[in-house]
Design a protein around this ligand. Structure first.
Ligand SMILES: C[S@@+](CC[C@H](N)C(=O)[O-])C[C@H]1O[C@@H](n2cnc3c(N)ncnc32)[C@H](O)[C@@H]1O
Length: 176
């Protein structure tokens, strides 16, 4: 029979808490232990070659080859019975969807973030962002599920060309 886990061995098998790690997310995730993360919220590049009106661009937004390795790592890290909320680019949905399925995620919900302004205009005026609710395994259903339409306040995009307002993300606090 193996010895009971000591506090130090428990800590060494846990993901770091309350730390910001700056690096390539696929490399960073590869160094973290499996089944150690309670919840993932990710706002990755959309794979659309975005350029803001003032000329700002987004790293890795001109390619989608990172989707499979990134979502495979996210699935590996999550504890069984937990969620990943992932923003995505609607015009790259085929690549995102294939990466989620191949990683082992189940798609269990779709979220619309409603804007009071059109962030761009092509064939339509774009008044919303999207995210999917992905599950690893079969998480327990919340007692009071949150709505799948959430208001998206405009932050001004001063720090980043495609900022997500914190107020649009805090509703996910209630997920297990
Ligand atoms: C859609 S933006 C996220 C915006 C952010 N949620 C906010 O509210 O400001 C995608 C971000 O992913 C970052 N990124 C791209 N490739 C990455 C990688 N391999 N590892 C970590 N971050 C990456 C980009 O630099 C960009 O800031």
């Amino acid at each position: 029979m193996s010895a009971p886990a000591t506090p130090s061995s428990v800590v060494s098998e846990a993901a770091p808490r309350n730390r910001i790690i700056h690096g390539d997310c696929v490399d960073v995730m590869a160094g973290l232990p499996p089944n150690s993360v309670d919840f993932i919220l990710t706002d990755p590049p959309y794979g659309v070659g975005y350029r803001s009106r003032d000329g700002r661009t987004i790293l890795n937004d001109d390619r989608l080859d990172w989707t499979r390795p990134a979502y495979a790592q996210m699935h590996r890290l999550l504890k069984p019975g937990s969620f990943c909320v992932s923003f995505y680019g609607w015009n790259a949905i085929a690549d995102f969807s294939a990466a989620w399925r191949e990683a082992g995620f189940r798609v269990v919900g779709h979220i619309v973030f409603r804007k009071r302004f059109a962030s761009s205009t092509r064939y339509l005026r774009h008044y919303h962002e999207n995210a999917f609710l992905l599950a690893k395994g079969r998480p327990a259903r919340p007692v009071w599920p949150i709505p799948d339409v959430i208001d998206f306040e405009y932050s001004g995009n001063r720090l980043h060309p495609t900022e997500k307002p914190v107020s649009a993300l805090t509703p996910f606090d209630v997920l297990p």
